[in-house]
Design a binder for this molecule. Sequence first.
Ligand code: NDP
Length: 512
Amino acid sequence: MAETVNGTEAPDAPATATPSTTGTRVLTSFDPRTGEVTGDYAQMTASELTRAVREARSAQQWWGNLGFSGRKRWLLDWKRSIARSAKDLAEAVAQETGKPYGDAYLEVMLAVEHLDWAARNARDVLGRHGVHRGLFAKNQVATVGYEPYGVVGVIGSWNYPVFSALGSIAYAMAAGNSVVFKPSELTPGVGTQLAESWSRLAPNQPVLQAVTGDGSTGAALCRSRVDKIAFTGSTATARKVMAACADTLTPVTIESGGKDAMIVHVDADIEQAVEAALFGAFGNAGQTCAGIERIYVAESVYDRFLQQFVAGAKRLRPGADRTASYGPITNDAQIEVIREHIRDAIAHGATAALGGPESIREPYVEPVILTDVSEDSLAVTAETFGPVAVVNKVKDLSDAVARANASAYGLGASIFTRDLKTAQRTAERLRAGVVTINSVLGFAAVPELPFGGVGDSGFGRVHGADGLREFSRSKAIVRRKYKGPFDLFTLDRKPRHLRIARAVFKARHARG
Ligand code: NDP
């Protein structure tokens, strides 16, 4: 029997389709630091997926009927349970991604902040509320409310398997949807732990389930007639997801790659900029969608910035232990991309101010800093997703903004300057979903801020009020309160009423 939450008991429902390894194919996950097996999971078949979606649909009825306050109680209980076992979850993240335990724990903490915010704010953002009626509908009461889609399929990436997954899952659930979650094949253990933490709370109501498998499971989820897909991953896979969803007109949200630029203006606090650049470019081994991959520095401070940046990067140490600066390249296929980008940049005339192809010591990559990199080389145009930073000199701020914006991607960007007016003006000119001033990645800790990109970085938003609306359909309701003195919405309309309306219309809109 289900646990009770503040007196609300989850009624009986079909059993959860928990992943099993009884199928013919098994998905094995590994610790990228050691190559050791961390677990075996089901490579779920299409029929198991269909069952999971069917059960999610049934659980959604219960979940949707709970209303905002009922769901809030369950979600806050779920939050407490994740927070209490944060250590276990962080260990699973560290094991499957290879990132240092401290980074993994920080990821869990930030994700829980988002879950808490979504639970507490869903009613205010999505609850039915009145809107202005306009001149010709004074006799009407007009309201708008937001309803859940139903079942949302969440397809996740491996680099932040808790934070980026909950960025969709928490907001989708708070909006009243049930979720079928397909974690990356590199992090099935983390995905399974998240779903189990829900099913321990409400074993009979599979509002959240994990379906483990490889890309084919993700493709099957796109075709499974869920009501929306929230995809996080590469731009190349995003295209396949959209194509698959087109067949069934399933709406999609795409959170894909980035090539974020950081601008260092003439008056920047260089120490502060260097510290942020080290974190943004090399944290998580550069495997951050909104990590810093390009740095554009004003000529007059270029040498000082570069010298301090190189000195700081020399102190970093990738490794497997808890005190390492960052871990390995989680996805071994990425190593070749990183190698190609470094070689291509050097072949196009770049200088390696630190490291080079020899910095790759699989599964680790030491920090690489490339300077004078041609703007059309791969290290500038394509997502490297490794600890490789391009540092190019720029003439002035306009040059910096033009180069920053000359990317197919547009996820995040940052500007370092002491002049707040310059910072604000520049932020508004940068083509990105989020801009940080004198910091990098700080937005991740602000649940109220929407997150998402433009161009090849995707569309739609997670987090904040926009993130809640992303997982809801608006529904307008208009009620006639009384018969108005001027009824224009009738075939018995009086010519005099239309004449008066025309005069009002002209006075309001055609003058001046
Ligand atoms: P991938 O595109 O390789 O995979 C993403 C997810 O899609 C995985 O679960 C994958 O499954 C699944 N998948 C693969 N093929 C298909 C398919 N044909 N149909 C449906 N699903 C499929 O990305 P990564 O996991 O390598 O993640 C790294 C990328 O994610 C980077 O580009 C990064 O910038 C981006 N990212 C973006 C974020 C954002 O918020 N904008 C946040 C975090 C990462 P499987 O792993 O089993 O192949």
